[in-house]
Design a protein around this ligand. Sequence first.
Ligand code: FE2
Length: 393
Amino acid sequence: MKNRTAKIPAEDLATLWGKVTRRRSFLTGAGLAGAALSSGQLMARDSKDDGDNNNNNHNKLPKGDVAILKFLAAAELVESDFWRQYNELGGVDGGNAAYKSALENLDEDLPQYISDNTDDEMSHAAFLNAYLKSKGEDPVNLDAFRTLPSSRATGARQIGRLTNLMSLDVDTSWYTRYRSTQNPDISGSFPQAVKITNQPAIPVDDADTPPNQSQPVPPVTPRQRRMQAIANTAGFHFALFDAAGSSVYTNLIQSVTDPEVLRVLLSILGVGVNHFAVWHDKAGNAVSDPLAGVTDPITGVTFPDLNAPPFGGELFQTNLIFPEPCAFINPDFPVCSVIRPSSKQNAGAVATATAIVNSRLFLGQSQAFFSAVGALAMAADAAVRGQSGGSQD
Ligand SMILES: [Fe+2]
């Protein structure tokens, strides 16, 4: 358990992930990506996919669809893992009263929303795996990688985790991206709304943030400010993940062949968009009156008033929560209010996994974990719409 919150250089994560993704261009160039990677190191076997394409099973999905479903099942398992941690501490039955109070400062219903979002992600993971099994495919199982320590704060169960919420770099450019008329798939720059680095999104231990302290608005003592900054970080992290999820589903759907798989993914996508809209609204409450201005006394992360100078305006005003119409497909077309990005380069499986790695959510994970996730992501990105018969190549 020691050093679980110690600052580990981001380069270490980048190195682990880079070992995986450097293989990508070579494999893709050689036309081998699907063939070489579709088995994925984390599946015990893929007995239906033994290289023999002489397949008479009419229930069998195209190989690309299977790769997409498996990557998304893994993503939903990752999501479920960190939502469970939020739920144990700050959900409607969460065990950390001060954390719940700090979350309620963003919205009094936040613990309920956390519990419901947790249920939704667990349902997505369980459904996608059951669906894969129904098609004769192996489900995705990441249990071997549940090795990361839990928070020591009151409320957290002491079990192994896939994800680490205790030292996040939260990319908050989703906030300005959805307020901008520019689209990252075409061009544009999207500043961070709040600079959140090396910051916990859940309480780390009871000495750091006593579980029964009050959480007034605004917070007064250093420990109250610390806890509020942690809850505010959670607020921005919730929205980040659902923005990324909406983009990666929108991208991968474009490579799906089977109509029923299309129905499954579109139907799940809609719920991610729903979540994002709510979290976008709630995150704004951390950076507007009366809560704005909290600084974490340990990390220095500050949540400014985004409605006041030098902020405010189209890019920062907190009630501008509906997506601004933006450039789409061709900058000569009229702007259109859409999910953004949705290109493979910016919202594909590898791009999304890379962003998650860079957020330090997997801090402490093994090379085997990164290899497994990388293989799933590369196989999903290699899927091509319209290819059937259980073969991609
Ligand atoms: Fe989900």
